[in-house]
Ligand binder design. Structure first.
Ligand code: CP
Ligand code: NVA
Length: 303
């Protein structure tokens, strides 16, 4: 496996397969009360420039449950906030830590961090991607549906960072992904082009949420305004109204549709309360699987 996970393109299909299998194994070991101290004496730094509940805590818990120590670094409290160059911070942190998990705005800043770090750098969300989210989501799809092929995975809503990582995954692993996004909120053209050029998977975009939801085996949605877009929220709420994943929309999907959301959710906006809390919802399993997948990632990259 490569040193860093900056986008899902850093992983081969074999890497995906290994991480899915290992995360599922670690989940079962935890259920049976089996923990290894494989990362004893190792230290993980978590540099977060945006809020987080799931990603931060699951990475911290993953590290602790494997015998290692997580250190949370709020950028506001570090010299990063006083413009110490990334290349200096990266080289210094590499002398103290065994891996870095970074959540920030700019993908370029993350790339610079990785370039100047001698330790693995893991993307915990940027404006452009959320690769670890989609790894644990695919693990959930495998658990619930036995795999990720043979049915349509539908993305309904904003063509955002999580959508981009789904597009990458479809291109690398070869599955059927359709995205319904309002005009002006479609995924990044360059990301789509690269994915489509891979010749693997079927990736289609449309403005029609009903057509995309039709016969889908998985429906995925996410917030309409991502972190950093708060000021656009009121405007986006109007534009995205027809894209709410509610009972009416999921009635067009396969009868055994699995509904997913990376959370945090806004009930009554991108997802209806009855769907989020209903029998098709996989959101709590999805959240749990972040812990197991993050363990698999840390174990693999740090050792
Ligand atoms: N899904 C996810 O990344 O959640 P957090 O923002 O709480 O980490
Ligand atoms: N697209 C969302 C995902 C949150 C986990 C955001 O970037 O805010």
């Amino acid at each position: 496996m490569k040193k860093d996970i900056l986008t899902l393109w850093d992983l081969t299909p074999e890497d995906f397969k290994y991480l899915f299998e290992r995360a599922i194994q670690l989940k079962s070991e935890k259920k049976n009360g089996v923990f290894s101290n494989i990362l004893s004496g190792r230290t993980l730094g978590l540099v977060f420039d945006k809020p987080s509940t799931r990603t931060r805590i699951s990475f911290e818990a993953a590290m602790a449950q494997m015998g290692g120590t997580p250190i949370f670094i709020n950028t506001r409290d570090s010299q990063i906030s006083r413009n110490e160059p990334v290349r200096d911070t990266a080289r210094v942190l590499s002398r103290y830590l065994d891996a870095l998990v970074i959540r920030t705005f700019s993908q370029d800043l993350l790339i610079e961090f990785a370039e100047f770090s001698s330790i693995p750098v893991i993307n915990a969300l940027t404006d452009l991607y959320h690769p670890c989210q989609v790894l644990s989501d695919l693990m959930t799809v495998i658990e619930l549906k036995g795999g990720y092929r043979g049915f349509k995975i539908a993305w309904i809503g904003d063509g955002n960072n999580v959508a981009h990582s789904w597009i990458n995954a479809a291109a690398i692993l070869g599955f059927h992904l359709e995205l319904a996004c309002p005009k002006g909120y479609t995924p990044n053209e360059k990301i789509l082009k690269r994915a489509m050029a891979s010749g693997k998977g079927t990736i289609r975009t449309s403005e029609d949420p009903i057509a995309v939801a039709k016969d889908a085996g998985v429906i995925y949605t996410d917030v309409w305004a991502s972190m950093g877009q708060e000021r656009e929220h009121a405007f986006r709420k109007k534009t995205f109204k027809p894209y709410c994943v509610d009972e009416e929309l999921i009635s067009h999907a396969s009868t055994d549709v699995t509904v997913m959301h990376c959370l945090p959710a806004h009930r009554g906006e991108e997802i209806g309360e009855a769907v989020l809390e209903g029998p098709h919802s996989a959101v709590w399993d999805q959240s749990e699987n972040k812990l197991h997948m993050h363990k698999a990632i840390l174990e693999t990259l740090i050792r």
